[in-house]
Design a protein around this ligand. Sequence first.
Ligand SMILES: [Cu+2]
Length: 138
Amino acid sequence: MNTSPQLLRRLALIAILSFTLGSGACSSAPAAIDGGGAAPAADGPSGVAVVSGAVQTISVDLSQGYYDPTVIEAKAGVPLEISFGQGQGCLAKVLIPAFSVDQDLTAGGAVVKLPAMTPGEYEFSCGMRMVFGTIRVK
Ligand SMILES: [Cu+2]
């Protein structure tokens, strides 16, 4: 099989193009809107998970290119279900390392079910670890 220089050049161009497209879409969360306090980790809009029966639930929108809410306030000791909206590009999947979650969101989003947690902060991020959010458990 002989590979022509032309073909090689074309392949190199495709590689460069896909690299550019794949890595250029990340945007970071907006600055904290409360403008104060000693908020560690990810800053941005926060939301409180709602306890309903034996679980607590919250929805996270990705349509603006970041996680909204960026900070999820949750109760310790109650399983948490996070309903992530449709993700694409940079936000095609969400990682929650503490629970080994690696979830694709390109098919209309997904519900990620987490066990009851102990107090603390649990980070989540996009697949490239460029856009972040925090689950703050109290
Ligand atoms: Cu990303």
